[in-house]
Design a protein. Structure first.
Length: 432
């Protein structure tokens, strides 16, 4: 192979170095202790020059520089990224809670797109996409070599248009091809209902700026109907979101003390978040459901509840995203999403790449109707000619049908409800 030395390399090196120094002084001034990597910058400019002059096709300067920046940020961690003006605009649209797409929170793993969590009531969740699925193809395009932003851009699109996802799933011998029709994604953060009289259920799909307000309203509305004896907080497949949302939700149940703290290299990245007095449940038992799709802000809530012993964490180990990303807009309208800090639970635990271990490990189990029938027993009440009950011969089976249905459709939630009942009984015994 012939190596041609280009005298223009040194000229270009000087221009780029001058540009870097000018930007450094106007935006982030270099510290006196920082050493300028002259040899590495010269190597970069030499590569830039050779691509400009020797590559088989002409390449736009803007694209070369942008791709170089992307490579620099992608090499840091899976969550840091460069966003050009279009991508940054799309991100701001996405944070409003309404956009056209599939409804999947994704990341990168070994060059492929990894599903962190499908969002409730979206095309992805209805199509059966699961947390930890690896997306290897979008229609006929391999995602290998794509940036995360490029893959997300392909998955988003006009409503009522189709896309085929080829995914690799643990336990499946062959890749699965799933066809999904895009929709307008409207993310409702908080959903709630009563499981049984006195026992409430709140599902948080992701953390938005209004999540804390919506959560407190949901709890208040349930409390108005009947005093809550316990609450299930469902954070399964919740990919995270706004940090302040996680702090507010934790504060709704924790009366005092530290909720979470962050540490980074710069002063602005280090913060401590402390609970304010008051507990929306007035001390009633709390069970928090998590799984492998519970990430980031979800793990902040679970970690705070666990460290304060405010409730029981049930389910499977969480995702393990313990870092904070900051969006920093650049002067040309583009932006960088940069990991600027790690967060820690009140007891100083880092969740990064480790996750939250539940207090009670409970895998997802689906009971068939035959399984549920096998659980039922034959009793005196089923015998012909049985003696009547002197206190009233009544068939007190109200609510059993709903409970059996819950056991079949969501066994983890069924067990969480049973645990709440046990905690409530124990609380009554201790207070009696």
């Amino acid at each position: 192979m012939l190596h041609k030395l280009r005298t223009s390399t040194w000229f270009l090196s000087g221009i780029l170095l001058g540009l870097f120094l000018a930007v450094g002084h106007s935006v982030y001034a270099l510290k006196e202790s920082d050493e300028i990597p002259f040899e590495e910058l010269q190597a970069f400019t030499e590569v830039f020059s050779r691509v400009k002059t020797d590559y088989v096709e002409t390449v736009d300067d803007k694209k070369l520089i942008e791709d170089a920046i992307r490579g620099m940020l992608n090499g840091l961690d899976p969550h840091s990224a460069f966003l050009n003006t279009t991508e940054f605009s799309d991100l701001k649209i996405g944070t409003t809670g309404q956009f056209g797409g599939l409804g999947i929170e994704v990341g990168m793993e070994n060059g492929f797109v990894k599903v962190i969590s499908p969002i409730d009531d979206t095309p992805a969740s209805r199509a059966g996409i699961q947390a930890s699925d690896l997306i290897i193809k979008l229609d006929e395009k391999s995602v290998k070599g794509m940036t995360l932003n490029e893959a997300v851009k392909l998955m988003r699109g006009k409503p009522n248009t189709d896309i085929e996802l080829t995914i690799v799933r643990e336990g499946e011998p062959q890749p699965l091809v799933i066809k999904i029709t895009r929709e307008i994604i409207r993310v409702k953060s908080v959903k709630n209902r009563m499981l049984e009289p006195g026992y409430g259920y709140v599902r948080i799909t992701n953390f938005q700026s209004r999540t804390t307000t919506d959560l407190l309203k949901a709890v208040s509305d349930m409390q108005k109907k009947e005093r809550l004896k316990g609450l299930v907080l469902d954070l399964r497949n919740n990919p995270g979101g706004v940090l302040n949302g996680a702090v507010g939700v934790s504060d709704a149940f924790i009366d005092n003390g530290l909720i979470v703290y962050t540490e980074g290299r710069i002063d602005d990245s280090s913060h401590r978040y402390v609970a304010t007095p008051g507990d929306s449940l007035n001390g009633a038992p709390l069970v928090v459901l998590i799984n492998g799709g519970s990430a980031s802000a979800s793990e902040i809530v679970a970690g705070a509840v666990q460290d304060h012993k405010r409730g029981i964490i049930m389910g499977t180990k969480s995702f393990g995203k313990g870092s904070v990303q900051t969006i920093q807009e650049l002067r040309n309208g583009s932006a960088v999403k940069l990991t600027t800090a790690r967060y820690f639970t009140p007891n100083g635990r880092s969740i990064q790449a480790k996750g939250i271990d539940p207090d009670i490990v409970l895998s997802t189990v689906r009971l068939s109707e035959s399984d549920e029938k096998a659980r039922s027993t034959y009793s005196e009440n089923d015998l012909d000619g049985r003696l009547s009950n002197p206190n009233g011969d009544l068939d007190e089976t109200s609510g059993e049908g709903e409970t059996e249905t819950l056991a079949q459709s969501d066994f983890q939630l069924f067990e969480a409800l049973n645990l709440l009942k046990g905690l409530n009984i124990l609380s009554g015994i201790n207070n009696g």
